[in-house]
Structure formats: C-alpha cells, structure tokens
Design a protein around this ligand. Structure first.
Ligand code: NAP
Ligand code: GLV
Length: 309
C-alpha cells in the first residue's frame, strides 16, 4: 500500500506542533510543510494558503481547513474534484458560548458603568433592567450559533434565531430565510452574528437592517468583519439607536491603527479571539475524518462550495 502524503500550508501558524501532532496520530503517513515545488500530496491541512499552493497540488483528494469559516479558502480556485472539510466545533462552540454570554451579560447588567463608577471611587447603584426587554437574536444557527442560542436561553433571555432553513431549538424562537429577516430583527434588541461570510451575507449588518433592531440595540459580531458596514454601525451608535457593540472580527485584521473603532466609547474590541482553534482537538477531528474518507465513508462538515459554507 502506498504511503499517505499530507501537506501542511497554514498562514500565521507555527507548523512544528501541528506536524508533530499529525505524525503522532498518523505514524504511517508522510507529513510535511508545503514549499513551492513540493511533491504531490493526497490531503492538505490549510489556513489561508496562497493560490500557488492549489495550482501546484491539483491532484489533492481532500482539504482540511483548520477553522470553521471557509470564506478565505473559497476565494481561491480549488481543484474541481477536491473535498473541502472544515472544523466542526472542535472545542470552539463552548468558547463562543462563553464569549457571547459574557458580552450580553456585561451589557445587560451594566457592568461597564459599574467599572467606571468604581474607577472613580463611587459606590453607586443602577436600576436593574428587565430581562424580558433584552431579547437576543442569533443570526446563524449552525454548530456555533445553536450552542450560543442555547447558552443564552439557559440564562433566561428571550432568544430568537435566524437561519437559512427552518430550525427547531428548545427555548429559541426560530425565523428563517430572507422573508423572515425583518421580523427577526424587529423582535430582537441584542444581535449576535454567527453567519458564515458568503455572497448572500456580506454587508448584511448595514444601516437598514440594524435600524430594525429595537431601540437601544446592541451588536455582537463574532463571525467576520465583512458582514458589518463599519460606517453604518458608527452612525447608529452616534445617533443613539444602538447602545453599543462588542466586535471580535474586522474587515482588515489587525484593525488598522486610527480606525474609529479603536477609541469609540460604545465599542468593546477583542482581536479575533472569541473561539480559537484548539490544536489537539482539531488534529483528532481531522485525522478521524481523513481515515473515514480513506475508507470511502461519508463525513460530516463537508463544505458545499457552491453555497459558500
Ligand atoms: P455553520 O455550522 O455552517 O452554520 C452556519 C449557519 O448560518 C447555519 O445555521 C446556516 O443556515 C446559516 N446561514 C448561512 N447562510 C445563511 C443565509 N443566507 N441566511 C440565513 N442563515 C444563513 O457555521 P459555524 O461552525 O456555526 O460557524 C459560523 C461562522 O463563525 C464561521 O463561518 C466563521 O466565520 C465564524 N467563526 C468565528 C470565530 C471567531 O473566533 N471569531 C471562530 C469560529 C468561527 P442553515 O442551518 O439553514 O444551513
Ligand atoms: C475562525 O475565525 C474560524 O473560522 O475558525
């Protein structure tokens, strides 16, 4: 039997621990960092590879993306026969649930204002808010969005969810498709974005849509920067329709110095860290799926390239 060849091409990722982990889990495979002119491989493990990588590896059987989102990958010309597999959860869902719940709770409980009071040496009480006035709408009810929606429901927030196809999740009022987007937004005060970035969802968080949120709305974007029209968010924060935003993702990353988001008093920023790829869990998932593909079995988490996610 011929030796299985795996090539690794991940931007901004130290390759050594990944190679060591893949080698330990698949001791009979050849695993190497891709270099221009490298020998043809059977499978690739990638994150934001260059077009040259696929141009030189047209024989690939499968591509494993070491993230949940495949928007950067799908901008490239891929070999037509190749199977694209993304990470499904792999430890990211619980991270996303804790990040989003802390952002919602920080806003709902006025913790930013309490922190400012304490810094100023003031022992002050703010009036408690009604949970029923803080309906949270989760856009995208996939692997991450469903986990986030259920975690929010656990804290007894009213939770709405929006997906392309109808979903039934306990404790979540479901909306689906373009026809129900306006009703979903009008039913929500806090908006959490967990959509994949596709031609249908690019710029979806624009002035018209964000204006439909209930007054005093709050935006949490943890999906991709290009979902959000930056100037539209700033305009709605400045005219008071929106009370604030927590942003983890940006059109350009790192966020350019001088961008108005850096210093806006109503915006909380983090550097694309809401749900990180966990190496060991991810390697275990990738290897299990690679072996299943080798046996001719079907695997979950296949990307529909035409659909964009
Ligand atoms: P997923 O399982 O593929 O779920 C995507 C969800 O979005 C599905 O519910 C899908 O609807 C819905 N959707 C797609 N297109 C839609 C449309 N046009 N209208 C309405 N709903 C639509 O993806 P996931 O694993 O949850 O990940 C979601 C995204 O999170 C990733 O694509 C990535 O961009 C982002 N992410 C960010 C971080 C971070 O650290 N900030 C980490 C990981 C992932 P159906 O259920 O009907 O298909
Ligand atoms: C991170 O943003 C991912 O898509 O996994």
């Amino acid at each position: 039997m011929s030796v299985l060849n795996i090539t690794f091409c991940c931007t901004n990722t130290a390759p050594e621990p990944w190679l060591a982990g893949l080698h330990t889990t698949l001791p009979h495979a050849e695993v190497a960092v891709w270099q221009p002119g490298a020998a043809p491989a059977d499978y690739a493990v990638v994150w934001q590879p260059p077009q040259q990588f696929f141009d030189e590896q047209p024989q690939l059987k499968g591509i494993f993306n070491i993230g949940a989102g495949v928007d950067a990958l799908l901008k490239l010309r891929l070999p037509p026969q190749v199977v694209v597999v993304r990470l499904e959860d792999a430890g990211m869902a619980v991270q996303m649930a804790e990040y989003v719940c802390q952002a919602v709770i920080r806003h709902f409980r006025d913790l930013e204002a309490y922190a400012a009071d304490i810094r100023a040496g003031h022992w002050t009480y703010h009036a408690p808010r009604q949970r029923s006035d803080f309906a949270v709408g989760v856009m995208g009810l996939g692997v991450l969005g469903a986990r986030v929606a259920q975690a929010l429901a656990h804290f007894e927030f009213p939770v709405n969810g929006w997906s392309r196809t109808p979903k039934a999740l306990a404790g979540v009022r479901g909306f689906s498709g373009a026809a129900q987007l306006d009703d979903f937004l009008a039913s929500s005060r806090v908006l959490v974005n967990l959509l994949p970035l596709t031609p249908d969802t690019t710029n979806i968080l624009n002035r018209e849509r964000l204006s439909r949120l209930q007054p005093g709305g709050y935006v949490i974007n943890v999906a991709r920067g290009a979902h959000l029209v930056d100037d539209d968010l700033l305009a709605l924060l400045d005219n008071g329709h929106l009370a604030g935003a927590t942003l983890d993702v940006f059109r350009t990353e790192p966020l350019p110095s001088g961008h108005p988001f850096w210093r806006h008093p109503k915006i909380t920023l983090t550097p694309h860290t809401s749900a990180r790829t966990l190496r060991e869990t991810s390697i275990a998932q990738i290897v299990a799926k690679l072996m299943a593909l080798q046996r001719g079995e079907s695997v979950a988490g296949l990307v529909d390239v035409g659909r964009g996610y």
